[in-house]
Design a protein around this ligand. Structure first.
Ligand SMILES: [Zn+2]
Ligand SMILES: [Zn+2]
Length: 344
């Protein structure tokens, strides 16, 4: 089968590999759509501490079941499924606390086991028993189904931070994740959503998802502009969805009193953010580190897309064959694409 295999950081090869065999307790799927995620691109260039090479990446996966192991009774051939890549152990200290995305032995397709950048993929027993497989209803495309993955994390962060009716919400960074934040904040009842971005191309794309104000942080001071828009009050919720420490610093400066600042995007390892903690202290800010989502948040996100309440197709600007993954990476990095989906 054809697969995109990462042999080492910055050594991605499109090559023929042996099609995996379906064990007794496993499923084999024909991967129909797999999202190209910002984290995949980071891993392709910089590697990932949990990967052993060579590895097939890809964690935003949907496909059709083509083989069912003899011990598996829950599924049948021909079923169309979305496979969530968060598989907790339910046994470690974090899991026992109910913090599944903090699981100490989390299984993640595309990181700890082969992922979806391939024509076929084995769904192991662990995923069948402890992960989350959702049947994709007739009429819902595989491409739409894989948008569940990025949305789940966005959904979880907004639910955890209680973004709600009447909030003014700032989103810094309008890549695909930032755009999802904009639309979801509006769905949750935010009255003003302010999008901040350095790239004018990305900023203009953010408009269609419902941003009320667009700020190009290269051209104007985003903190001063947010203060101006909010009558010097600041925003109740500020989400930094980008890898910049400067943006994290600004996020704190533009938050309202008792506001919540969500650090959604990670920054380069070892890079420190220069924060005036007196602002946090006197304004009683809450800083929230966000990572991952739980099964219920994943399920709700899937349903938001399946119901059409969140219009997933608006994000999918490019659908490419797997062999053109490098083109997909370029389109994503240049800001020309919002979301690239690959068809292996
Ligand atoms: Zn992802
Ligand atoms: Zn665990």
């Amino acid at each position: 089968m054809l697969a995109a295999v990462l042999h080492a950081p910055n050594d991605l090869r499109i090559e023929e590999v042996k099609t995996p065999e379906c064990g007794k307790d496993q499923l084999l799927i024909r991967v129909k759509a797999v999202g190209l995620c910002g984290s995949d691109i980071r891993t392709i260039f910089n590697g990932h501490k949990r990967i052993s090479y060579p590895q097939i990446l890809g964690h935003e996966i949907a496909g059709e079941i083509v083989q069912v192991g003899e011990n598996v009774s829950k599924y049948h051939v021909g079923q169309r499924i979305y496979v969530s890549p968060t598989v907790p152990c339910f046994d470690c200290r974090a899991c026992k606390n109910g913090w599944y995305c903090q699981c100490e032995s989390l299984i993640v397709p595309g990181t700890t086991i082969p992922g979806g950048f391939a024509q076929f993929m084995v769904i192991p027993k662990d995923i069948i028993e402890r992960g989350q497989i959702i049947e994709v209803p007739e009429g819902m495309s595989y491409e739409k189904a894989v948008m569940t993955e990025p949305l789940s994390s966005v959904y979880a962060s907004q639910e955890n931070a209680d973004i709600t009716l009447g909030d003014t919400v700032v989103i810094i960074g309008t890549g695909p994740i930032g755009c999802l934040h904009i639309e979801l904040a509006k769905l949750r009842g935010a009255i003003k959503v302010i999008a901040i971005e350095m790239s004018e191309v990305r900023l203009q794309m953010a408009k269609q998802f419902g941003a009320d104000y667009l700020i190009n942080s290269k051209e104007e001071d985003p903190v001063a502009r947010v203060k101006e828009i909010t009558g010097n009050w600041g925003a109740e919720k500020v989400i930094s969805a980008n890898p910049s420490t400067e943006a994290q610093k600004q996020a704190i400066e533009m938050a309202a009193k008792r506001g919540k600042v969500i650090f959604f995007g990670g920054v380069a390892p070892g890079k420190l953010t220069d924060i005036d903690t007196n602002i946090v202290h006197y304004n009683q800010l809450t800083l929230i580190g966000h990572f991952g989502y739980d099964h219920l948040q994943n399920y709700k996100s899937f349903n938001l897309i399946a119901s059409g309440r969140l219009v997933a197709e608006n994000y999918i600007t490019h659908v490419l064959p797997l062999a053109e993954i490098k083109k997909g990476i370029e389109l994503t990095q240049s800001g020309e694409a919002i979301k690239v989906i690959l068809q292996p």
